[in-house]
Write a protein that binds this ligand. Structure first.
Ligand SMILES: Nc1nc2c(ncn2[C@@H]2O[C@H](COP(=O)(O)OP(=O)(O)OP(=O)(O)O)[C@@H](O)[C@H]2O)c(=O)[nH]1
Ligand SMILES: [Mg+2]
Length: 388
């Protein structure tokens, strides 16, 4: 990038983004690729699209085979709760045991390697928030099972990486981190990050929430870029330091970042050395590293709060004017605005919006009067006033 795509290719890209099934996505991606001119500037994009196409075809084939033989899903799992967190790791590290003890889900556990063949979901509670934890097949590069886990990881909100203290921790970690990286999944937060939610229904226009810095352009440039792709309704969230190229690249979902929590399991059998723990911490800066065991239950209580922290989840409590505060929070992501709050209550609330009052961390003073673009924070109480 910059790719300087012709309008025709940009228009075809919309079809890729709007595709609702793997089949649709494959067809749209093929058409897109044929509309991308071949020159130096599009080299990376073409490489990426070709690779992604191969992955999707493989996933589709595998999904068909699997459905026929077992009726069970392998690559996609419906999300539930505030976030979907995949539990991944080397073979036999205790992933299935961990998902079972944390959620009660009936996972398949055995002393033999390669026990788990398809994902098994469970629900874990933390205060007033529920997460979905998904047990996955081992992430051993070169196996078909690992392809399933990669696909599940790409679709998830976060990762719980389960390492095994009785194995070579450094080797397992390096293998998994570089494998995921080669598949376009980063466990280390990039310098900046772009999240684009394209709205399929609402006429929201293009909203840009800046949580960091645009290095080489203005918000208006971002809007123009999206419009050149015929995207007129979207919420663009920019975190950290980003360039206009980063924004364009993010349209192609080339690289995704997944926040991670590391659980070093089986510490009842062997205590990892300080060097090993430091190695994990320096490989995945910012990731919480928990020492634990499903046998002694060491470290288990730290998992949910750590996941909550790295996912940057916030809870917002709504209240109707003159009414009382809702007991159940709305669960949103850092960077969410009053508009997101209003939309999650009722779409009419945005249309008829007058103003909102906010109490809590994001309010300059109690009951501050704010507009739709006000960024909310964890623990806020929001009261929306609307016409009619
Ligand atoms: N000593 C000890 N054994 C454990 C611990 N956690 C799991 N195990 C054992 O490790 C073995 C593998 O556990 P699983 O939960 O099946 O591991 P997995 O990572 O899901 O394995 P695959 O699905 O084959 O990749 C089983 O025999 C478990 O009982 C632990 O904390 N300590
Ligand atoms: Mg398992």
């Amino acid at each position: 990038m910059p790719t300087n795509l012709p309008a025709e290719a940009k228009a075809k890209w919309i079809k890729v983004m709007e595709a609702r099934s793997v089949e649709e996505k494959i067809r749209a991606l093929e058409e897109f690729l044929s509309a991308v001119p071949k020159h130096k500037g599009t080299e990376r994009l073409r490489e990426w699209a070709t690779k992604r196409l191969a992955q999707l075809r493989e996933e589709l084939e595998e999904e068909k085979r699997r459905k026929k033989s077992t009726g069970k899903p392998s690559f996609f799992l419906e999300k539930e709760g505030a976030a979907q967190v995949v539990v991944v790791g080397p073979v036999n590290s205790g992933k299935s045991t961990l998902v079972h003890v944390l959620t009660g889900a009936k996972t398949e556990i055995s002393i033999y390697p390669y026990t788990t063949q398809s994902p098994v979901p469970g629900v874990m509670r933390y205060q007033d928030v529920c997460f979905q934890l998904v047990d996955t097949p081992p992430l051993e590069p070169g196996t078909l099972l690992a392809r399933r886990t990669v696909a599940l990881t790409r679709n998830a909100d976060g990762v719980l990486l389960v390492l095994d203290a009785t194995r070579n921790i450094r080797e397992d970690l390096d293998r998994i981190v570089s494998y995921l990286r080669s598949e376009g999944i980063l466990l280390v937060k990039p310098r900046g990050r772009v999240v684009i939610d394209v709205s399929r229904t609402g006429k929201t226009g293009i909203r840009v929430t800046l949580m960091g810095k645009l290095l080489d352009s203005t918000i208006d440039d971002v809007r123009k870029l999206l419009e050149s792709y015929r995207i007129y309704n979207a919420h663009v969230k920019l975190y950290g330091e980003v360039t206009l190229d980063d924004v364009e690249q993010s349209l192609f979902e080339a690289v995704v970042y997944k926040p991670v929590v590391v659980f070093i399991n089986k510490t009842d059998l062997r205590e990892p050395s300080r060097e090993e723990v430091e190695y994990v911490e320096s490989t995945l800066p910012g990731a919480p590293v928990i020492l634990g065991s499903t046998v002694t239950r060491r470290g288990l209580d730290e998992i949910a709060p750590s996941i909550y922290r790295v996912l940057e989840i916030i809870r917002v409590y709504t209240k109707p004017p003159g009414g009382s505060v809702a007991e159940k929070p709305l669960v949103l992501r850092r960077g969410a605005t009053v508009r997101d709050v209003a939309e999650s209550i009722h779409s009419d609330l945005v249309k008829n919006f007058l103003y909102a009052r906010v109490w809590g961390p994001s309010a300059k003073y109690s009951g501050e009067r704010v507009g739709l673009e006000h960024v909310v924070e964890d623990g806020d109480v929001v009261e929306i006033h609307s016409r009619g």
